[in-house]
Ligand binder design. Structure first.
Ligand code: HEM
Length: 186
């Protein structure tokens, strides 16, 4: 059976929608883990109720948003490479697949953390989880740059200036968030 050429565009559109859903889920999931871990500061009589509520929210988010987003991304990507197998021989795609592998490891690691949190066996601090939550951002930026520029990433001064601006923006957001946390805890 040969697919009509517009099937490629359908696969690509659904692939991008899957990516958006998957990342929304991954970002919010670890944010919930942070709230969950930090609920240990609460009074004993309400702490258990918060733990149970966070566990329920995490499970629903992971199973209703994050994993379906991952399945949509990967299944539509399979459609794309079936229609255009030559992509697999290109260097950018091989790098991309390496990053996607790391993302899948991260995805399943989040499930592991979710189970540990549910059973009160998670040893991660809020600070460690915040650092962990930067992982998908780095992978997202790397994959999007690879897929858009493919094997011709520009290396002129204007490009490095833009990269520098993005890094500065990301750092100022981090510093602002840290400043807010510190002033709230005083
Ligand atoms: C299962 C692994 C994956 C494979 C095999 C795959 C494969 C592909 C292919 C073949 C294309 C079409 C390229 C083109 O027509 O120019 C594409 C597009 C795209 N992919 Fe993936 N992908 C995968 C996972 C991901 C992930 C995890 C992300 C995000 C982090 C992602 C982001 C994108 C984006 C944004 C596009 C659209 C790029 C454009 O049209 O310029 N992909 N992908």
């Amino acid at each position: 059976m040969t697919l009509p050429p517009e099937a490629y565009l359908w696969f690509k559109s659904l692939h991008i929608i899957g990516v958006v859903v998957w990342f929304a889920g991954l970002f919010y999931l670890v944010r919930l883990f942070i709230y969950h871990v930090e609920a240990k500061e609460l009074d004993e009589e309400i702490r258990e109720a918060f733990y149970n509520q966070y566990s329920l929210m995490e499970l629903r988010l992971a199973n209703i948003i994050t994993t379906p987003g991952m399945i949509l991304t990967v299944s539509m990507a399979t459609g794309l490479v079936v229609m255009e197998p030559s992509w697999l021989t290109e260097a950018w795609m091989q790098f991309k697949l390496g990053f996607v592998f790391l993302l899948l490891v991260y995805h399943f690691f989040c499930y592991r953390l979710m189970n540990q949190l549910k059973n009160n066996k998670c040893n991660w601090s809020g600070r460690q989880l915040r650092i962990l939550n930067e992982m998908p951002t780095l992978l997202l930026v790397s994959v999007v740059l690879l897929v858009v520029f493919k094997s011709s990433f520009p290396t002129n001064a204007a490009t490095w200036f833009i990269v520098l601006l993005i890094i500065l923006m990301a750092l100022s957001i981090q510093f602002y968030a840290r400043y807010r946390r510190l002033s709230q805890s005083k």
